[in-house]
Design a protein around this ligand. Structure first.
Ligand SMILES: [Zn+2]
Length: 366
């Protein structure tokens, strides 16, 4: 598998890594806790968009230049950092040293605000930015101008088939052990919602009762018209029977980033780990198939995890995704974008989404 090396002196600065798709939550900010590593050990992902400093405010950039850079609605600021930053797990980086004067952060760690904060230990060139402050996924972003990929002779990691994916990478549960909604879910659903609005053409989108409705319906109902015309939404993907819905919610492969091939018709990709859970988890608890355990063991089993609040799609991920879809230039969708942007603390991104794990148990704040 390939490694990354300092472009200045050639020193190898990562373990052997194989490429995966950039996770939807790569730039998410969540809560005020230390988050885990963004990527699994032994993997890397490339962000095709410009990222990191310097930043230029929207007013200074202007509509025309912003659109040329793939941003179609007002954002606070655009990155003029290099495109192609490479994310790796912090534990896969070695042979680097911190640059003390660039180790600023908001709270518990580094947030990369000053640009690259890791230098090659051999030659001193700034090569990467480590981010491990609270609210951020822990990651090292290799500067694409300062590193190069060295392909080793060994074969790259195999790409899992969709069927193997279901076996080897089962879905991510929606609730964290502390009772908070999974940040992965909040980001994945928010990203899919932005794409879903874009393909809805402004029509009402209806979702059959079930877990997909629990995650998507409140936001769709809040943002789209309540009257006809109507489009239907349903899961489609590996191991599911064919759907006849107008819009299919299909899995996006975590290694290749490709959406499951749906064929004709509108398809909206959803991060595979969340899609797998929606498609195949029925919330039934596993019981031993044979033999038996003392009653005490059953009583000691932890109850199913329940969230302590309503589900909220990630506001920033939703807006960031929508701003980068050319469809947002349509007046009806731009109006939705502006409304959500100006009303962060209101429905549907704050109050009033039902408790997915215990439907009907949550009283809406009107
Ligand atoms: Zn070097």
């Amino acid at each position: 598998m390939p490694v990354f090396a300092c472009a200045g002196c050639g020193a190898v600065i990562t373990s052997a890594v194989s490429q995966v798709a950039l996770p939807v939550h790569a730039h998410q900010k969540y809560g005020h806790e230390l988050l885990p590593a963004l990527l699994e050990p032994g993997t890397y992902a490339v962000d095709p968009d410009p990222s990191g400093p310097p930043w230029r405010p929207w007013e200074e950039v202007g509509v025309e230049e912003a659109e040329a850079r793939g941003v179609y609605a007002p954002v606070h600021a655009l990155s003029y950092g290099p495109p192609g930053a490479v994310a790796v797990a912090p534990g896969d980086v070695h042979g680097t040293v911190l640059i003390p004067e660039r180790c600023d952060g908001y709270c518990l760690g580094l947030d990369g605000r000053d640009g690259p904060n890791l230098a090659c230990a051999q030659c001193g060139c700034a090569v990467a930015t480590r981010i491990d402050d609270c609210s951020y996924w822990q990651v090292v972003w290799l500067d694409p101008r300062a590193v190069r990929l060295i392909s080793a002779d060994e074969p790259a990691c195999r790409v899992l088939s969709w069927e193997a994916l279901r076996e080897e990478q089962p879905g991510t549960p929606p609730v964290e052990p502390i009772g908070a909604w999974s940040p992965v879910w909040e980001a994945a659903v928010a990203e899919a919602l932005a794409h879903l609005l874009a393909v809805s053409d402004g029509a009402r989108v209806v979702v059959p009762d079930g877990s997909v409705a629990d995650a998507f319906r409140p936001t769709l109902d809040a943002l789209l018209p309540s009257e006809p015309p109507v489009k239907s939404l349903a899961l489609a993907g590996p191991s599911l029977s064919a759907t006849v819905a107008d819009i299919a919610l299909v899995p996006r492969h975590p290694q290749t980033g490709e959406a499951w091939p749906y064929g004709a018709g509108a398809a909206v990709p959803l991060a595979a780990d969340v899609w797998m859970y929606l498609a195949f988890n029925d919330n039934r608890r596993l019981l031993p198939a044979s033999g038996g355990l003392p009653d005490d063991v059953y009583r000691d089993d932890p109850p199913p995890l329940l969230p302590f609040g309503p589900f909220r799609p990630d506001w920033e991920v939703f807006l960031s995704t929508l701003a980068r879809l050319p469809e947002v230039r349509q007046p009806w969708l731009r109006a939705i974008y502006d409304h959500v942007k100006e009303h962060r603390d209101s429905r549907p991104f704050w109050w009033c989404l039902p408790n997915m794990a215990e439907k009907g148990s949550y009283r809406c704040e009107q």
